[in-house]
Ligand binder design. Structure first.
Ligand SMILES: [Ca+2]
Ligand SMILES: [Ca+2]
Ligand SMILES: [Ca+2]
Ligand SMILES: [Ca+2]
Length: 340
């Protein structure tokens, strides 16, 4: 019993010692963290295999129900010579005019790229361009083709706008897969639109001014398959884009498909490009392949016939004159003057 007071004294001494050696135990406030759920800034990821919704473009003006009409312009039809793996004629590398609805080297025919006729009409708001092809496989999965309208506003042969449409195409007007490119630095066609300048390092149609409804005018350009003619593509574009006079042509492109490389005859030499005509030195087609384009037609004005890349017209047959006495060996030949 006598040890108890000593133990108590020792305990008190320890407490005092500890109190002297420990830092002062001033209470510090405990930070309070309140967790609140964050508002989702992005939608949750879609389950695998579910396509993400595409933003909806608000359209206010839609092209009308139009059907194949307007004055007909013709392009070369390669169907007849397709079994011989060649185009019949009409391909002019010098003029950047390609009749090449064929695969490279093998020259297998691609009828959905073969333009045979093209037309244009207009209403108060729109121009409508019709591109008639040799079959309806415009959604061809292997080549994923592009179709386009080239527009030359100041008639100098250097293209100013390219309306450019990609699959999938349907019979409903859509702007979703339509783009409009501009050539702001005026180098389509290189130094001269009437000849090759290859190798020419231009950037072609380099400025994208409309992309699936995104642009200053969300309704600027549209495309669809003609609901009554499956091998006809219809384009619609606003009159405000081009005014009332211009030169225009169309293109089907399942090969290079690059607006920044237009015109292709300025990017590739004739030897690199090849030729679709068997009597030409560089047959068959090589780097410039699976592409068909047309000459340019005048819209809204009477052409002189000397505009660059204009479609050739046969001059009216002159009225018959009083025949002069023939030389015995002379063979009469009909002369047709083609004006480029
Ligand atoms: Ca053709
Ligand atoms: Ca021009
Ligand atoms: Ca050129
Ligand atoms: Ca350019």
């Amino acid at each position: 019993m006598s040890r108890l007071p000593r133990l108590l004294g020792l305990f008190v001494a320890c407490i005092v010692l500890l109190a002297c050696n420990l830092p002062s135990l001033t209470p510090t406030p405990i930070p309070v963290i309140i967790y609140t759920p964050l508002a989702p800034s992005t939608p949750p990821p879609a389950p695998s295999g579910t396509p993400m919704p595409t933003p909806t473009i608000a359209h206010t003006t839609t092209p009308a129900e139009v059907h194949l009409s307007g004055p007909i312009s013709y392009d070369v039809d390669s169907k007849g010579t397709a079994p011989e793996h060649r185009a019949p004629y009409g391909d002019s590398y010098k003029l950047n005019r390609f009749e090449r609805p064929f695969t490279r080297q093998a020259m297998d025919y691609l009828p959905f790229l073969d333009i045979v006729r093209f037309r244009i009409i207009a209403d108060a708001t729109w121009y409508y361009v019709f591109v008639e092809l040799n079959n309806s496989d415009v959604n061809n999965a292997e080549l994923d083709p592009r179709y386009g309208v080239e527009l030359d506003l100041d008639r100098d042969g250097h293209g100013d706008y390219l309306i450019w449409a990609a699959p999938p195409f349907s019979t409903t007007w859509s702007a979703d897969h339509v783009q409009v490119f501009a050539d702001r630095n005026h180098d389509t066609g290189g130094v001269s639109p009437d000849r090759s300048d290859a190798p020419y390092p231009g950037d072609g149609y380099e400025t994208l001014i409309f992309d699936g409804g995104r642009g200053d005018d969300p309704d600027l350009a549209w495309v669809r398959i003609d609901p009554t003619a499956a091998s006809v593509l219809q384009f619609a574009f606003k009159r405000t884009l081009v005014g009332s006079t211009f030169m225009w042509g169309v293109v089907a492109d399942g090969g290079i498909k690059d607006p920044s490389k237009y015109y292709y005859n300025d990017r590739f030499t004739e030897e690199q490009a090849g030729s679709p005509e068997k009597n030409e030195k560089y047959y068959p087609i090589k780097e410039v392949y699976a592409v068909d384009n047309t000459c340019r037609e005048a819209y809204g004005f009477t052409p002189t016939g000397y505009e660059s890349l204009i479609c050739p017209k046969e001059e009216p047959t002159p009225a018959p004159r009083t025949p002069r006495p023939r030389q015995p060996t002379a063979t009469p030949t009909a002369t047709k003057i083609i004006v480029y």
